[in-house]
Design a protein around this ligand. Structure first.
Ligand code: GUN
Length: 283
């Protein structure tokens, strides 16, 4: 293996240590920081993610409030809870873990969150501000990817960046953040013609499609940086990313692993947004 492994766990640890100091400073001024996490239904992966987020909060000194609602919860009930949290001064950030059950309209739920408490940066107002280059919050996974690249001395400006995937959570905002860093950005998706050739043009390849080991060596330019956002279960039940790690790490110059890569950085950015929200609400 020749690629350098970009260690998200280590960097997230540093980010969280800085945030812990900031949260402590705020406490000295009588300002507490709180994050409300809402989970609807019993998706096992969502449960794991929510537990991780609660642990991160505890580590930093952020109070977490968990609302675990049954899958039968109505849209009105969820909207009511969000409204209560919007008006609760001890809650600075609100996060609704996605996916939510299909009978609930996700767009309406996201739009109901007070944009000043939108720790995920999913609200249309925050997405719009990001689009015009004046973000109050940054989208967690894309911002985590950028911090991981920059902390490892990987220059983004002037590079050809290819983002595979066009979701609202990762692909689209990732492209906007890389563009804001002066990269030349291409987004690929399921209808892209000759996707392997487009990927091979990338100096930095960010993959977020949720298809196990989709990216193989023929998709990667030798020496490229490869960031794997995907998490799925392989046939043997083990976690795998969107990138075939063993083979691609032979030709990439730097690469992330499916665990200890982007995931911890996403959560560190969530903590950062929560602290930012507290500052915005108290100035
Ligand atoms: N589901 C998968 N990723 C995310 C995320 O970053 N935030 C929320 N709220 N739900 C998710």
């Amino acid at each position: 293996m020749s690629a350098k492994v970009l260690n998200g766990t280590e960097l997230a640890g540093k980010v969280k240590a800085e945030l812990k100091e900031k949260v402590e400073e705020l406490k000295q001024k009588g300002i507490n920081t709180g994050l409300a996490v809402i989970i609807v239904g019993d998706d096992p992966a969502s449960r794991v993610y929510v537990n991780h987020k609660k642990n991160d909060c505890a580590e930093i000194g952020i109070k977490s409030f968990e609302y675990a609602l049954p899958a039968s919860t109505s849209e009105d009930e969820l909207l009511e809870l969000i409204e209560t949290l919007n008006n609760d001064n001890s809650v600075n950030g609100i996060l609704v873990q996605l996916p939510i059950p299909k009978h609930i309209n996700e767009d309406r739920v996201i739009a109901a969150i007070n944009p000043l408490k939108d720790a995920d940066c999913f609200h249309p107002v925050n997405v719009g501000n990001l689009m015009i280059g004046r973000p109050q919050f940054l989208p967690c996974t894309p911002a985590g990817v950028v911090e991981l690249l920059e902390a490892n001395g990987i220059q983004i400006a002037g590079k050809n960046c290819v983002v595979v995937g066009r979701s609202n959570i990762v692909g689209k905002p990732q492209a906007i953040l890389l563009l804001a860093k002066n990269a030349t950005v291409t987004i690929c998706h399921s209808k892209t013609a000759d996707i392997a050739a487009v990927c091979r043009s990338a100096d930095i390849l960010v993959v977020a499609i949720g298809k196990a080991e989709f990216i193989k060596p023929e998709y990667v330019k030798p020496g490229a940086v490869v960031v794997d956002v995907g998490v799925s279960r392989g046939a043997d039940g083990k976690l795998v990313g969107d990138v075939q790690f063993q083979t691609v790490s032979e030709i990439a110059s730097a690469i992330t692993k499916v665990t200890g890569g982007v995931g911890p950085m996403t959560r560190a950015m969530l903590m950062k947004n929560t602290v930012k929200a507290t500052l915005l609400q108290n100035n």
